[in-house]
Design a protein around this ligand. Sequence first.
Ligand code: COA
Length: 160
Amino acid sequence: MDLTPKRASESATEMVQVVLPNDANPLGVILGGTVMHLIDIAGAIAGHRHTRSLLVTAAVDGLQFLHSIKVGVLIILKSRVTCVFKTSLEVQVDVHSEETLTGNRRLTSRAYLTFVAIARDGCRVEVPPLIVETDEERRVCDEAHARRAERLKRRNTAMS
Ligand SMILES: CC(C)(COP(=O)(O)OP(=O)(O)OC[C@H]1O[C@@H](n2cnc3c(N)ncnc32)[C@H](O)[C@@H]1OP(=O)(O)O)[C@@H](O)C(=O)NCCC(=O)NCCS
């Protein structure tokens, strides 16, 4: 495993697609499950770009759907690594809708996913450090540490 430190910008990812009828419920808005699938994919791509390793999704923090996205509207998913731990890392995924005719955008969901890096034999492997330089990057990473502590508490509760 190449453990050369990387910047978040090196793995940041943007996915754009149009919502098609096949993605929608009878009201003509995208299915929550489809959004969750796209969030997992967008998050994993950023994670793979950072680690260049196999990954499993360990956790997705409480997800909210703030606004619906109708058929014909664009769905945009932006993912970036917020913080790296030892064998795991947190990725933030922001979901926006964009009206094709006006360009109006709005945030529809924000998710934090934790991925764990594994080798083909299933053993966990270390992930490359994240280069944290600016005050903003430090703030984002501090917040990720706080979220991690909470989700590990929830995990312990779920396992007991
Ligand atoms: C995620 C998984 C690999 C963790 O394995 P484990 O033996 O319990 O691992 P450990 O307790 O030793 O933790 C390993 C790392 O994962 C992190 N982790 C494990 N479960 C976590 C959770 N629920 N939330 C956040 N981080 C978690 C630990 O903090 C640790 O990170 P670190 O090395 O950076 O400190 C294991 O539970 C698993 O395989 N789950 C199923 C994953 C899956 O099938 N996902 C869907 C398809 S990809």
